[in-house]
Design a binder for this molecule. Structure first.
Ligand SMILES: Cc1cc2nc3c(=O)[nH]c(=O)nc-3n(C[C@H](O)[C@H](O)[C@H](O)COP(=O)(O)OP(=O)(O)OC[C@H]3O[C@@H](n4cnc5c(N)ncnc54)[C@H](O)[C@@H]3O)c2cc1C
Length: 373
């Protein structure tokens, strides 16, 4: 194998390139990215970078000097699978032996002239400039991005209204008890939350955070299997054995994760696998969000039918929720309790039945549940 081409120089593409070198691949690695920046992490864009406590360059992923042929501001426009070639927007093309699709996702747009969005470094800088004017801010969409923007906007002195079409916040990923907590948290900070409402609020700045669309078009046009994302197996291989996919664009059994941990670790597993070191990616999904002084973490995927056990005190902003399926921990959420979450992850991995009363009992250290089946 002489050349691996990676399309998409975001977090997943960056990790795929780095892993190829870490694993000792000596052929060419070509990383094609539409953006002007080297691969970087996006979580700080709605937190430190938006608040101005860290510069955009702090998000860059790589050590200087990684031996990768990085092509910024370069868009791939088509794949010719039979010829093993990628066509670029400037009319040139690149041959590949193996290809990684790490094209990520783009924001879903609304018909709202002048609205701001948040995905890229440029978006974050434009939004920060608007927030620094300290006028009123209307956020459309009460998901993670919308809520993190609301928190940053309050910190920067703006009057903030969040409108959400659903009857509760973050309806896709958290249970009602956590939605209610988030609502109270933001209201305590002076944010007006309007639920079940579609009209945009009247505000100086409108920010839209209504989800993302996976960039599957290249894969689809080339005839790869697509199901809510580019369909991959446990190793990141697509329906073409010479093409892998990872990160926000990839879906496994129809499930597509949009998280930092997934972008990094699925890309690492895919890069190793394409080198022939078959590495399954089977980590329990993990996600976090920072809002004001609250660090919220989620491990596993909570479902509507799960039994919910509370540990700690919601009113003190320090608690965990365990989601049980047939007596086993299937998912957990923690608020300012990261240690609980680490143990919950182990409990999920062990798949052991646990006593709900022991989970709820704060006088009993959680790790005893790991030791005593
Ligand atoms: C503001 C923000 C905050 C976040 N906060 C958190 C958080 O707190 N916790 C958490 O777990 N996750 C968070 N996430 C999610 C996490 O950042 C993403 O899951 C992750 O960035 C996905 O990485 P990716 O490489 O798959 O996709 P992307 O980051 O979308 O990168 C894909 C890249 O491919 C490029 N590309 C697409 N098509 C082409 C093409 N045809 N040719 C060339 N280049 C192309 C795109 O321009 C882009 O640069 C956040 C996301 C955002 C936007």
């Amino acid at each position: 194998m002489e050349r691996v081409v990676i399309i998409g120089a975001g977090q997943a593409g960056g990790w795929a390139a780095k892993t190829l070198r870490d694993e000792g691949f000596t052929g060419e690695v070509v990383l094609v990215g539409e953006e002007a920046h080297p691969p970087h992490e996006r979580p700080p864009l709605s937190k430190d970078v938006l608040l101005g406590t860290k510069p955009p360059e702090s998000t860059y992923l790589w050590p200087a000097g990684l031996d990768v042929d990085f092509r910024p501001k370069t868009r791939a426009v088509a794949l010719d699978r039979a010829a093993h070639r990628v066509e670029l927007a400037d009319g040139s093309s690149l041959a590949y032996d193996k290809l990684v699709l790490a094209t990520g996702a783009r924001v879903r747009r609304l018909e709202h002239p002048g609205a701001l969005y948040l995905r890229t470094i440029e978006d974050a800088l434009a939004l920060r400039a608007a927030l620094l004017r300290q006028g009123s801010v209307g956020v459309i969409g009460g998901g993670w991005i919308g809520l993190e923007v609301a928190a940053a906007a309050r910190r920067l002195g703006c009057a903030v209204t969040v409108v959400e079409l659903a009857p509760r916040l973050c309806p896709r990923v958290v249970p009602p008890v956590l939605s209610d907590y988030l609502k109270r948290l933001h209201e305590r900070q002076g944010v007006e939350i309007r639920l079940g409402i579609a009209e945009p609020p009247n505000a100086d700045t409108i920010v839209v955070g209504v989800g993302v669309v996976p960039n599957v078009e290249l894969a689809e046009a080339a005839g790869l299997a697509v199901a809510n994302g580019i369909a991959v197996d446990a190793f990141g291989a697509t329906s073409d054995p010479d093409i892998y996919a990872a990160g926000d664009v990839a879906s496994r059994d129809g499930v597509r994760l949009e998280s930092w941990a997934n972008a990094q670790n699925q890309a690492i597993a895919a890069a190793k696998s394409l080198l022939g070191r078959k590495t399954p990616y089977d980590e329990v999904p993990w996600f976090w969000s920072d809002q004001y002084d609250v660090n919220l973490q989620l491990v596993g995927l909570p479902k509507a039918g799960h039994e919910i056990v509370l540990r700690g005190r919601v009113e003190e902003d320090r608690f965990s929720l365990f989601f049980l399926e047939e007596g086993r921990v299937a998912a957990a959420a923690s608020v300012n309790a990261p240690r609980d979450l680490r143990i919950a992850r182990r409990l999920i991995e062990l798949g052991r039945t646990v006593d709900p009363a022991a989970l709820a009992d704060e006088t009993r250290p959680l790790q005893t549940l790991l030791k005593n089946p």
